[in-house]
Every structure is written in C-alpha cells, then in structure tokens.
Design a protein around this ligand. Sequence first.
Ligand SMILES: [Zn+2]
Ligand SMILES: [Zn+2]
Length: 282
Amino acid sequence: MDNRPCVLHCHSHFSDGSFAPALIALKAMDIGLRAICLTDHDTVAGQAEFHYACARLGLDFLPALEITTHLLGEEIHLIAVGVDLHRAKELDQFLTPNNAVHAYREQQYWQKFHNAGLITDDLATVKGKLGFPAKFAFKYHWDDYRVRFCGIDPATANAETRQGGVAFVPATKQNYVPTLQTIDFIHQLGGLAIYAHPGSTVKGAPELFGQILETLIAAGLDGIEVFHPKNTEPNDFMAIAQHYHLLVSGGSDNHGRFTPKLSLAERSITYDQFLLIKDQLK
Ligand SMILES: [Zn+2]
Ligand SMILES: [Zn+2]
C-alpha cells in the first residue's frame, strides 16, 4: 500500500494560476506529494517546464489539462490525463471554440471596467502589466490587476467580477466544445477523461445530474474527481466511482496566490490510486 498524497488538479500562470509550473513542482516536493498533474485551462503550454521540473525533483506526473465543455445546457469540466503532447497542435485546433470564448470574455471584462470608468489602460497594457504568460486574462487576473494597479482591496476586487458586480461577465456555456466530442477527442490523443468537480454540477443542476452522469458514462467517461473543494459529499462520488467502475481522482484545484486559503495538497488521492490511472494509460 502506498498512501503518499498525489494531486491531479492545479493551475499555473499559463492559465489562471499565479505560479510558474516549476515553482508548483518545487512546492509539491516541499509538502511531500508523490505525484502531481498540472491541469491548466484549455492549454498544455506549461507542461514541458512542469515535466522537466517534476523529473528533476523525483516527482511522478502525467501530462494533463482541464477542458471546459458543455452538455445539456450545463458547463462540464473534464480533466484530460495522459494525452500525447506530440499532438498539441491538434489539441489547440480542437480547442479553437474555447479560445474564442476566453478572448471574448477578457474583452467583455475590459469593456465593463472601461465603461464604468474604473480602468483607463487598454487591454494590451493591462495584460502587459499583469506580466503572466497566460494567453487570456481570466477573472483572477482582473481581480489581481484591480488590487495591484488600482489600489482596490482583494474582497472588493473579487466582488466586482462576481455576479452582481460592475464587471461581472455571465457564463457563455454553449460556446465551449461539446462534452461528448471532447471525451472522444481525449481518447484519440491516448488520454483518459475525468469528470472534474461533479459537485458543482450537483449544486447548479441537481435534477439534471443523474442524466448528465449516465450520458457521460455511455460516452466512455474514464474517471471522476471524487475529491475536490467543491465536492461537499465525496462519499457520494466515491459510491458512484465504485458503481460505474470509474477511476478515482482528486486535487486541490490550487491557483497559487489567487486561492490563498487553499493548500496545494488538499483533497489529494493516494499514490496507489494515481498508479491505477497511470496503468490504465499503458
Ligand atoms: Zn474546473
Ligand atoms: Zn481547475
């Protein structure tokens, strides 16, 4: 039995986290993780740096990303693990709709702040000042910009981009890639599809959850994120994993200093559970 902790969900500054991939690997080693996956939103741009650092530090890892999809009117996040990074170009091509959503959303954030007279910099200047390699400015980036460059306190900045806030940008779910097509595509790239934070679906659409789950299983879903800060009932998801013979995953969904109350090691799985996922990829 190997119970050493593993985290299969976190974000770097290549999407909406604040840390460099190599720094995440260092932190993972410091807190005693045995394996870790970096799961940036809709990009594998940080994977090479991350894998190099993990290998140097003796951490086990798998290539991974988190893909935003839509099914039955709901936003469903899939963790793709073990995808062939030599096919990153095909992956980028597949994710064109998602990149278009991210580009649209950052423009919307900028427009709303600009219209409210709260931001005078143009979008390119905002992104230049933020200084992250992420292609798009996500919610956390706008909060960070307001704190660092406009002198707004973090709680107020967070409220501005939340529902009811002056710069809230509503979700545009139906424009993301379709979930079932994404599961197929992950399989084509040699990877496994894991249903990320099912707790957020249950919360948003409890009556739909069963239908969504059955649809995902029929489409060849490989695993479920039993452990995640948004899953208030992990036992329910563990029962689902056992019933449907799904791989068990978990992770903190840490975003660096953008999620200051969340330890990187939270909601980990065991190394034995990680190895079941790894073996499935062989
Ligand atoms: Zn997610
Ligand atoms: Zn995430």
